[in-house]
Design a protein around this ligand. Structure first.
Ligand SMILES: [Zn+2]
Length: 143
């Protein structure tokens, strides 16, 4: 398994590995599918990465900040596409984009998690509406 840096957050200030508290931020590590495996202080993140790669990994904090900037811009692009699809009335495409965005870039920040939840709620509501409409049509045609 290849462990990678997904990003960095100041939302969690406790290391998942050693339990140290009151950190300024935690580095978010993920597996090769970018599924989050933990949030660690930079020292522990460096230790986990070094062990995984079989060499000493340094500059973790800088790498994490860069990764976070890249991740954030991808997330903003993905949400931009979600909104465009919603405006065009294509709920299925919007939902696909939000799921892909989540899978490839992770939704880490509270605003990203909130927006994702809002879109999902809307998609579900539209799906229920569509299902109800289909049923009404079916009933009208078959009664
Ligand atoms: Zn730690």
């Amino acid at each position: 398994m290849n462990i990678t840096i997904i990003g960095i957050t100041d939302e969690q200030t406790t290391c998942d590995l050693c339990g140290r508290t009151e950190l300024r931020s935690t580095v978010i590590l993920g597996d090769e599918d970018r599924t989050e495996i933990g949030r660690y202080g930079s020292v522990c993140a460096g230790r986990v990465l070094s062990e995984n790669q079989g060499r000493k990994v340094t500059g973790v904090l800088d790498m994490a900040r860069k990764a976070e900037m890249v991740r954030r811009s991808y997330v903003m692009d993905a949400f931009g596409r979600v909104i465009r699809h919603l405006k065009a009335g294509d709920v299925a495409k919007a939902n696909w984009e939000r799921a892909q965005g989540k899978r490839w870039h992770g939704y880490i920040r509270p605003d990203e998690i909130a927006l994702d939840a809002k879109v999902l709620e809307y998609v579900k509501a539209r799906h229920r509406e569509a299902t109800a409409l289909n049923w009404v049509d079916w009933y009208a045609a078959n009664k």
